[in-house]
Design a protein around this ligand. Structure first.
Ligand code: HEM
Ligand SMILES: *[C@@H]1O[C@H](CO)[C@@H](O)[C@H](O)[C@H]1NC(C)=O
Length: 322
């Protein structure tokens, strides 16, 4: 057994004793009898999506966060608006940039052939996110399963609970500590910004604010102004990488942040706040440590307010209730 898997095993044992809430209702072998091949199937599908589009892992990782942040990890983000009672969470501007939702539905339809009516869309979101991390050369994370899908969604809750890129460090810590995370885990989960992109609409406030952003590297700021030349973007198409290796799950994000090259306001704030700055430095120096803490944080995030014990349903199609 390699060092890394030993650490993960230790991590899993520690987590097993330290978490008393939602995660306890989930199980690592939940589909052992009903869909034993589940993880292999998801892995295979994710691999083919990834070979087609190396930026897809970022989309799935953010999708899990935006699912779990609103009503809990219940696939509420996948519901489309209908003519009756459902208005999709995608109408919230905080979901701007969310992509590849329909890919979860495609994986679901493959699983419906293999094990009909068994696997929830919420579990597929969690599995797709964990495969995204390992396909991008991040850690291999074990996630407990057994989430049910919601029969409702809420764009109002999306507006209220999905964070603004300028959230304060207090706001960030409250958000994640309420999910049972430690301080270090709250800093680690933001390391998801090692993958993917942001659009100018989420950056311009830092560039054209009358009170300039203190710690921002000047040449980085100049680069961003070139990419995002106007205070109000004229279109929503320009994307800027979250760190300088946006396709690789590594600790580069923390090194960028330390150099004043964090993309969003909050990325920059965690390098200055006295509570979070020492952790940023540790992660920047020690990738294995980052991977270990990120993995624990991932399990907590993906276990937020899950529907179990007869609550919720297993949707037949991910974009509509049964
Ligand atoms: C305080 C917390 C957070 C804030 C304020 C925040 C904010 C943002 C913003 C503004 C974007 C850019 C969206 C766009 O312009 O297209 C973004 C992208 C992203 N976020 Fe976060 N985020 C937070 C936490 C997280 C967490 C916990 C995760 C995952 C575990 C995550 C994963 C991602 C990923 C992977 C992207 C890139 C998406 C893509 O390339 O399509 N973020 N985030
Ligand atoms: C860009 O997206 C934001 C957020 O969804 C929206 O408010 C804005 O109107 C869009 N701008 C353009 C030019 O489409």
């Amino acid at each position: 057994m390699g060092n890394c898997s030993l650490l993960l095993l230790l991590g899993a044992m520690l987590m097993g004793v330290s978490i008393g809430f939602s995660e306890g209702q989930l199980a690592y072998d939940y589909y052992g009898l009903t869909c034993p091949n589940l993880e292999n199937i998801v892995r295979q599908e994710m691999l083919s999506i990834f070979l087609n589009d190396a930026t897809a892992p970022a989309a799935f990782l953010r999708l899990m966060f935006h699912d779990c942040q609103v009503q809990g990890c219940d696939a509420s983000i996948l519901l489309d608006s209908d003519d009756f009672s459902i208005t999709s969470e995608m109408v919230s501007s905080r979901n701007f940039g969310i992509r590849d939702r329909e890919m979860i539905g495609r994986i679901k339809s493959i699983l419906e052939m293999e094990c009909p009516g068994q696997v929830s869309c919420a579990d597929i979101i969690a599995l797709a996110a964990k495969e995204s991390v390992s396909l991008s050369r991040g850690p291999q994370i074990q996630v407990p399963l057994g989430r049910k899908d919601s029969t409702t969604c809420s764009y109002q809750q999306a507006n209220a609970h999905l964070p603004s890129p300028r959230i304060s460090v207090d706001g960030l810590l409250n958000m994640f500590i309420n999910k049972g995370m430690t301080l270090a885990e709250s800093v680690a989960i933001l390391g998801a910004h090692t993958l993917g992109v942001g659009h100018c609409i989420n950056i311009v406030d830092r560039l054209y604010d009358p009170e300039p952003d203190e710690g921002m590297d000047q040449s980085f700021e100049a680069q961003l102004r070139l990419s995002c030349p106007t205070q109000i973007p004229v279109e929503n198409l320009t994307m800027v990488p979250n760190d300088i290796t946006p396709l690789t799950f590594d600790n580069q994000y923390y090194r960028d942040v330390l150099m004043g090259r964090g993309l969003f306001g909050i990325d920059s704030s965690i390098s200055r706040d006295p509570r979070t700055a020492p952790i940023v430095s540790q992660f920047a120096l020690d990738q294995n440590y980052f991977f270990q803490v990120f993995s624990a944080a991932f399990v907590k995030l993906s276990s937020t307010n899950v529907l179990t014990k007869g609550k919720g349903e297993v949707r037949r199609q991910c974009n509509q209730v049964n």
